[in-house]
Design a protein around this ligand. Sequence first.
Ligand SMILES: O=C(O)CCC(=O)C(=O)O
Length: 345
Amino acid sequence: MQIEDWPSAKTTPALYRELKELDLLEHIAELEAFGYTVLPPDTVGPPEQHEAVKQAVLSLVSKRKGCAPEDLEALFSESQELFRFVLWDNPIFEKLVLNPAALGLIQWMGGTDCILSLCNAWIKGKGSARTSVHADWAQFDMPSMAVETYGANFNYVLTDYSKEDGGLAFVPGSHRWRRLPAIEEVEHWNENAVAVEANAGSMVIWGDHTWHGSYPKNTEGLRIMVLGMYNRAHMQTQEAYKETATAEALARNPLRFTRLMNTYHAFPWGKNGADYKRIMKGPQGYLSLFDTQPSGDRVRERPEYDYHTYDQSVGEAVKASMSGKPVNFIDHYKGRPGRAGTRKS
Ligand SMILES: O=C(O)CCC(=O)C(=O)O
């Protein structure tokens, strides 16, 4: 059928067209049916990219650990470690979180305005270390999951993955159960989850409903991976991107990067409510997966706000705007002229 920009479907037609252009529709079907999918290396990027990201990981890990790359294998014997907040360690990671195939499928699950929550490197050595089966759903106080995913993940596999290699493993179809596993289920699925078979350079993609973990690594060498976790835009991120994204980092990347950093979001606010004037200047509408144009001076880092001072002129604008006319609150916090916060600078 002809896919048109039907307003009722919001940004889905635009995303669907781009996913079709990338030949990813079968991957959407796998996500819907089984809760995860694997992108082959040539869909993710050229071999030089896989090698460059692997070298970037080895370099940052040896720097953080204070040892030579050759010593890492011995260091990670019988162990694994997540290296947090690597986005700013090397600009190569900025490009990675915008990877069109991965971001496209993640947007399918988390919305076209989803934001970056985590960018980590993960090293695992030979031995008994493993990750128990869990779901990435981080609303631990909510006993059941919403129909929609709140987050989605890519694991960029920089060494070959199999059960013997200590790779990821999934409980296919578990995304439909919409709950976290009980300890007895963790014990069962730790030994029965289906291991991913994937060559270095692949990306494994899934939403935060799907149960997954990893097996112990029985082969020589390190298992090396980079992950990106994305959340819905209203959520608190696990890592501090809104707070640390500089004007330079935003300027050198396309507009979708600014949205990933969430520097134009309404939350949090103080006595003057949301800074709608600024929100309206931020990236609007659907942002193409193929856009690589640097944003330049079209975007700015999040200003420092004075949350405590009430500005009467802002208050009057709020009064005038709350006239009793019907308001569409679904899009309300994405931008509405007429109100402004008080910026310190
Ligand atoms: O590779 C692993 O050990 C687990 C990965 C994982 O749980 C994740 O990325 O959410």
